[in-house]
Design a protein around this ligand. Sequence first.
Ligand code: ADP
Length: 140
Amino acid sequence: MMIETTCIILKPDCMEKRLQGEVIRRFNEQGFEIVGCKMDRLSEEILKEHYAHLVDKPFFPEIVAFMRSRPVIFLAIRGENSIATIRDLLGPTDSTIAPKGTIRGDFGTDKMRNIAHASDSADSAQQELRRFFLPEELFI
Ligand code: ADP
């Protein structure tokens, strides 16, 4: 078990549905701590970087439009095994197959509108925290 910091994005559908509090409550309930928090609108440029593995997919323009449709909230969440645990709390990408009790299963709509992003590995957590936060914005 390791103390890790993971990077979360509360996506536009989470913002629109006023689910920010509920999602953060589930993280807190697991004993995780917020060590970074900010709000901003994503640029197309940063989305191309963040979703580099999807840029060539036919649905990529739709993802960009969705992710830019409102400002989002970025969180840095710290705690034991936080990267894998928060991915489990979210559930699979496709909300329609995500089990009830997971964040995406309870509140998501489909493959794209799935409430939140969470880093999937220690490497991506490190990259994403660097991408979305200035060093002085993290209280680690
Ligand atoms: P995850 O967010 O679960 O790590 P991916 O990295 O595969 O999943 O995809 C990133 C995001 O791109 C998803 O969360 C979702 O918003 C969007 N996405 C992925 N696959 C699709 C798809 N087939 N159609 C529409 N949007 C998708």
